[in-house]
Write a protein that binds this ligand. Structure first.
Ligand code: FES
Length: 103
């Protein structure tokens, strides 16, 4: 498994998110509590960025700002309509001062 650094821990401090390109995919990286997540940043319903979507830290969900579909941050599952297809997710962790994802 190839782990690549995607951002620094500092770049996610205070609830900030980062969007980076990994192998042609736009990836949203975020921290919830002590855990790190990486999820496709484009809604599976239409070509809309989830970067400004509301994150529910207790339910581990992100809401698409366009039509309101909820997605699981943990596994990308589309939890509410109109989206029906999941988002791709990556395993994220830390390595020193960086967040890394597994390809
Ligand atoms: S564009 Fe995200 S739910 Fe429609």
């Amino acid at each position: 498994m190839n782990k690549i650094p995607v951002c620094s821990l500092e770049e996610l401090s205070g609830g900030k998110t980062q969007v980076i390109d990994v192998e042609g995919k736009s990836v949203l990286v975020l921290q919830l509590g002590e855990e790190y997540f990486a999820v496709e940043s484009i809604c599976s319903h239409a070509d809309v960025s989830l970067e400004d979507g509301d994150v529910d830290e207790s339910d581990y969900t992100i809401e698409c700002p366009k039509h309101g579909s909820l997605f699981s941050i943990k596994n990308g599952e589309a939890l509410t309509l109109p989206a029906t297809k999941p988002l791709k997710t990556w395993v994220a962790s830390t390595d020193g001062e960086n967040v890394v994802i597994e390809l």
